[in-house]
Design a protein around this ligand. Sequence first.
Ligand code: SAH
Length: 258
Amino acid sequence: MSIRAKKRFGQHFLKDENIAGKIVAALSSDSENVLEIGPGTGVLTKYLLENKKINFYVIEVDNESSEFLEKHYPQLKDKIIKSDFLKFKIETIFNKPFAIIGNFPYNISSQILFKVLEHRNNVTEVIGMFQKEVAQRIASKSGTKECGILSVLMQAFYNIEYLFTVDETVFSPPPKVKSAVIRLTRNNIQKLDCDEEKFLKVVKTAFNQRRKTLRNALKVFEIEKNISKNNIFDKRAEELSVNDFVKLTNLIGGKSEE
Ligand code: SAH
């Protein structure tokens, strides 16, 4: 029995066992609790099952895939959560630190990362397969052209490593683009040195008009004339590091620069 891939669930099943093993091996040895997003037919899951030290769940939105898993891996019986990850209340399984792993459905990969951010104080690491360009963007250092909203937001709380590129031919059906696996490891920043809600808004607004100088891109914040004289406002979003954004958030919030 095999499964016909469903486009609406972003299904591209990995066929290469070697790569599957490598992805699971990228989990750090101190990750005791693990959540796999989108196990599909279990190509990664079977390597998770081999590791007796971890306590894990898989979350799958496609019932056909879940049935397949139940049939082929009876040991998974109590580990399958039949739900949409984006809607699922993680607290019902983990109220403690855990890692996330997955060959992610590309149509919701940004939303997965936004959810990771919400749970950043429990998500210690993420090993994930993304569309190559998305992976590169997240991993590209803030202050460079490739950088975007997610790069800055993720890099504020995670160290990002680009692990390896994956060819389209190892999937069934093959996606139109190349893929890549990256690892995000929680850094030691518990709280940014600014209002975090505002930081989020500033980063999003600045990148939404990334070609404009910050003075123009951030008009909605109605920045005082005196403050907007600061030459940070001559720059563009992509030129700023995470720390520059923290500084900028404080400036906008009326907190003076030390
Ligand atoms: N891990 C498998 C499948 C990858 S394809 C492999 O490597 O072969 C992406 C998987 O994510 C599919 O199984 C798809 O059904 C599942 N998926 C898609 N949207 C999801 C969601 N919102 N929540 C949970 N799983 C989802």
